[in-house]
Design a protein around this ligand. Structure first.
Ligand code: NAI
Ligand SMILES: O=C(O)/C=C\C(=O)CC(=O)O
Length: 355
């Protein structure tokens, strides 16, 4: 018998393809944006050329100070520019850091947002924003945070360094993997999650081998988009909570933290969500999802230990205590001693175990 479920689709326009950034001016018109604040790094500005030309003159100003984990101090600097220039919309061209800043501005102003993602992080599809103050990330969800439109241009992902592409792809896979056992999961999201994991698991090795291959890049971006839809549709669980806790506490790189922790959090949850986790294994083409993810990381040359990405060993106990203080819903009860053991294994890069 089918499980009862609720399924709600986000009001979001998506344009996907190769060279789609050329449609930026048309998409701005659709949203009624004629004076955009553009959030883009110098590297992206150089890659895109003349932004005034690309947007048909619809630029009020530029801000290139977005950083990972959306610190409120950076948002306040950007808000000064918003108050000064009075733009009628925000355009973020960049990876998750630029998207996070755009969402933080939209939360405060309700300005419409158009996002052009350049990594596989997936924030552009979600009404979720995590903001950081003094090493603590607080996550909230609001319809104001959800971007109105997204242009996925495969060309803009080609410059993503190979190693970061793999790591960012594992961040995306985490969204789909957790969607399979989400409390508010539903059949459509699960179908997308399986397809997403399979697409990324098969395309990421090709992206590493041939980073300029548009077919591999296109498959990876398509998989990342599906993962992002999953994250935008259902709630997060232990894996995301743990990443946010250790990421903000020790200022760890976001996607790398996901890549290291994913096999361990999936192993922890597997005894309580066998059917869902077996769908992830099927998508990976392995008998065991946690082992399959651990092996995929090795194959992609992604980091496999928290030590390697800068977490101090003495931080394990503090992180376990913090992660269990205000936990997200999770299929398996979140127990501090179990999480401490999980973090010990992830810190040293040991093979995942249910614990
Ligand atoms: N709220 C949400 O739903 C989500 C939020 N996030 C947030 O996004 C942030 C992480 O985003 P990421 O994309 O992982 O990292 P990021 O935005 O920090 O970018 C990482 C690095 O990759 C480089 N890069 C990205 N795309 C590139 C390209 N095409 N060519 C060359 N270099 C490129 C960037 O310049 C940067 O140096 C975090 O703050 C995280 O919390 C991530 C996923 C979902
Ligand atoms: O961890 C993720 O990839 C998903 C959500 C967030 O990063 C939340 C945020 O900090 O914006």
């Amino acid at each position: 018998m089918a499980q009862p479920f609720t399924y709600q689709v986000s009001p979001m326009r998506v344009v996907f393809g190769v060279g789609t950034v050329a449609q930026l001016a048309d998409e701005l018109d659709r949203l009624g944006i004629s004076r955009a604040l553009v959030l883009a790094s110098r590297r992206q500005q150089a890659e895109l050329g003349d932004l005034a030309e690309l947007t048909g003159g619809r630029v009020a100003g530029l801000f290139d100070g977005a950083v990972v984990h959306t610190p409120v101090a950076v948002t306040e600097r950007a808000m000064e520019i918003v108050r000064e220039l009075k733009p009628d919309g925000v355009v973020a061209i960049g990876a998750g850091a630029a998207t996070g800043l755009s969402k933080a501005i939209a939360l405060r102003t309700d300005l419409p947002q158009l996002i052009v993602p350049t990594s596989y992080a997936g924030s552009e599809m979600t009404p979720v924003l995590g903001e950081t103050v003094d090493g603590v990330k607080t996550t909230q969800s609001s319809p104001k945070i959800l971007p109105e439109a997204v242009i996925y241009d495969v060309n803009l992902t080609v410059s993503m360094p190979e190693k970061f592409s793999a790591i960012s792809g594992l961040n995306a896979i985490a969204h789909a993997a957790e969607a399979l056992y989400a409390r508010d999961g539903n059949p459509i999201t699960s179908l997308m999650a399986e397809e997403a994991i399979a697409k990324l698991a098969s395309s990421l090795p090709d992206v590493i081998a041939r980073p300029r291959d548009l077919e591999a890049r296109s498959d990876a971006l398509y998989g990342a988009w599906l993962c992002a839809v999953c994250l935008g549709t259902v709630g997060m669980a232990l894996h995301h909570k743990l990443c946010h806790t250790v990421g903000a506490l020790f200022d760890l790189p976001h996607a790398e933290t996901h890549a290291v922790l994913l096999p361990h959090t999936i192993a922890y949850n597997e005894p309580a969500a066998r059917d869902s986790v077996s769908r992830a294994a099927r998508a990976l083409g392995t008998a065991d999802a946690a082992d399959g993810l651990f092996d995929l990381s090795a194959r992609l040359g992604a980091p496999r230990s928290l030590a390697e990405i800068g977490m101090p060993e003495h931080g394990i106990a503090k992180a376990a205590a913090l992660a269990t203080k205000n936990p997200y819903w999770n299929p398996r009860p979140i127990e501090e001693s179990g999480i401490r053991d999980l973090l010990k294994r992830a810190w040293s890069g040991s093979r995942p175990q249910a614990g």
